[in-house]
Design a protein around this ligand. Structure first.
Ligand code: ZN
Length: 258
C-alpha cells in the first residue's frame, strides 16, 4: 500500500474543474449502477433538507451530494470517507478523501430497500451485512464498468486508502457465494422497488441459497442479535466447507455468476 495517487483518480477529479460538478458524478454513478446491474433504479427515500447546527452545515432539499473539509466532515461523520444520510437522502463526502468507488457505494445506498424509511431500522440491525452487500455490489459495478482501471486498485489496495475495498472480510464472503448464487439474487435482494417488502427480498435470497445448498439454515432472527455478517458467513463456511473457504480466499469476481 502506498500514498501515491491513482492516475484514474486524477482524471476523474479533473472532471470537477472542467465544468463538471459533484452532481454530475453522482448521476454518472447511478448510470453505471443501472447498466452494470442491469436494473431500473428507484431512489428509496424522499429528499429533505439537512441541518447540522454544531458543524454549521445546511444542505437544501435540491442538493443531493456535498463535500466538506476535514474539520467540518469529522464533526459529523468521524472516521469515514463518505456517508449516505438516509433521513434526508444526502451523500456527504470528505474533501479529497473519496473517489469513484465512494460515490458508487453511497449512490447504491440511495437506491437500496434498506434505505427506505420503512426498513432503515432493520438495516441498522444488520449493519455489517448491509455494508458488506453495498461494498460487494460496488465491486461488481467496478468489475463490470471499470475493469481496466479502478477495479484492480480497489481490490488490491495499491493506492491511497480511499481507493481500497472496505468491509473486506464480508465482501469476500459474498463474492465467494456468487460462485453458486446468481449475482441477480444479490441485486434483487438489495435494490428498492416501490411497494416491495424486505422480508420478501430476504426469503427469496435465502431460498436461492437453499436451492444450491439444502443444508443451509437461515437463522436470520438469531444472527440479528449478534454481528449479522459474521454469523451468516460462519453458517456458509460450516455448511459449504473447503471449496467455499478456497473461493473466499481467492476473492475473484470472475467467478461471480451473471
Ligand atoms: Zn455504506
Amino acid at each position: 500500500m502506498s500514498d501515491s495517487a491513482c492516475p484514474q483518480r486524477i482524471a476523474y477529479l479533473s472532471q470537477l474543474t472542467k465544468g463538471g460538478d459533484l452532481e454530475q458524478l453522482r448521476i454518472q454513478a447511478l448510470k453505471d449502477i443501472g447498466e452494470a446491474l442491469n436494473s431500473q433504479l428507484y431512489i428509496a427515500h424522499a429528499d429533505r433538507e439537512y441541518r447540522h447546527n454544531r458543524a454549521g452545515v445546511y444542505i437544501p432539499i435540491e442538493t443531493r451530494i456535498v463535500e466538506y473539509k476535514y474539520h467540518v466532515y469529522n464533526m459529523i461523520y468521524p472516521g469515514t470517507r463518505g456517508h449516505y444520510n438516509k433521513p434526508t437522502g444526502k451523500i456527504i463526502l470528505q474533501e479529497g478523501k473519496w473517489c469513484i468507488q465512494t460515490i458508487i457505494h453511497e449512490s447504491l445506498h440511495s437506491v437500496s430497500i434498506l434505505s427506505n424509511e420503512e426498513y432503515v431500522q432493520e438495516g441498522d440491525r444488520i449493519q455489517s451485512f448491509k455494508e458488506s452487500l453495498t461494498e460487494f455490489l460496488t465491486g461488481l459495478v467496478l468489475f463490470r464498468k471499470y475493469n481496466d482501471s479502478c477495479f484492480h486498485s480497489w481490490k488490491i489496495g495499491n493506492y491511497d486508502q480511499w481507493c481500497n475495498v472496505s468491509y473486506k472480510s464480508g465482501v469476500q464472503t459474498l463474492c465467494a457465494l456468487g460462485k453458486w448464487i446468481s449475482s441477480r439474487e444479490f441485486v434483487e435482494l438489495y435494490l428498492w422497488k416501490p411497494s416491495d417488502r424486505w422480508t420478501d427480498h430476504w426469503h427469496r435470497f435465502s431460498n436461492a441459497i437453499k436451492q444450491v445448498f439444502p443444508t443451509f439454515e437461515d437463522n436470520y432472527e438469531t444472527w440479528k442479535q449478534y454481528d449479522f455478517m459474521t454469523e451468516f458467513g460462519n453458517e456458509l463456511v460450516n455448511k459449504l466447507g473447503r471449496e467455499f473457504r478456497r473461493m473466499r480466499n481467492l476473492f475473484n469476481y470472475s467467478f461471480v455468476l451473471p
